[in-house]
Design a protein around this ligand. Structure first.
Ligand SMILES: C[S@@+](CC[C@H](N)C(=O)[O-])C[C@H]1O[C@@H](n2cnc3c(N)ncnc32)[C@H](O)[C@@H]1O
Length: 208
């Protein structure tokens, strides 16, 4: 995966992803944690003014590329080998969390989102870009279902039929913005995508 990832994504990055990443990351402030940072596609796009930037990536080959990119960019970041499900931080440690193209691959989205919510401060933001299931009843949705068992095996447990915006809401986040749009130049079954910002409620009105 680490060998081919950047080349595999290149045309979508040029056509849409890079602009989406930039628009979501530019307003971030304070202390930021990115989970599943991969080869570091977001790295150059974070504001230089952040107080602290921590990146997690459990895949060794991806992590080596990430560390190399951070060095090349001269970014002062901490890179950790940690799965989303067990983040080595105290509760309420971060102002913002970033998850781009990661929640398709985790074993259970509810566990991952609960752990992300734990380390986020009340009122903190989860910034996300994820490919998701096509609309119910669409032919593309049926194809996603047929292809998913094979795709998961060859693409690091990547699921094609997840309804990730709904899962973020079900985990107790408030969706401040959510845009559904085709990820242009991706393989057709990867094109349906959501992106946006979700907020952890402040403790007064927090969901469990
Ligand atoms: C498709 S890549 C996306 C990389 C990067 N976030 C991006 O936007 O290009 C998915 C990444 O999620 C990571 N990942 C998968 N399961 C994970 C988990 N349980 N915890 C943390 N990272 C995970 C993979 O190692 C991989 O680097």
């Amino acid at each position: 995966m680490a060998q081919i990832y950047d080349r595999f994504m290149q045309r979508s990055e040029e056509q849409c992803l890079r602009a989406w990443r930039e628009a979501l990351l530019r307003p971030l402030e304070g202390s930021v944690l990115e989970v599943g940072a991969g080869t570091g596609a977001n790295l150059a796009l974070y504001p230089a003014t952040l107080e602290r930037l921590v990146l997690t990536e459990p895949d060794g080959a991806m992590r080596r590329k990430l560390e190399r990119r951070a060095r090349e960019l001269g970014r002062d970041v901490r890179v950790l080998d940690a799965p989303i499900e067990r983040l080595p931080f105290e509760a309420a440690s971060f102002d913002a969390l970033v998850s781009t193209l990661v929640l398709c691959s985790v074993r259970r989205q509810d566990e991952a989102l609960a752990e992300m919510k734990r380390v986020l401060k009340p009122g903190g933001r989860l910034v996300f870009i994820e490919h998701v299931a096509a609309e119910p009843g669409a032919r593309r949705r049926a194809w996603q279902g047929r292809l998913e068992p094979f795709w998961r095996r060859i693409a690091g447990n990547c699921h094609l039929t997840r309804e990730t915006a709904e899962a973020i809401g079900a985990a107790g986040f408030v969706l401040d913005s959510c845009t559904r749009e085709s990820m242009r130049k991706a393989l057709p079954f990867l094109r349906p995508s959501v992106r946006g910002v979700a907020r952890k409620p402040s403790s007064a009105n927090a969901a469990p």
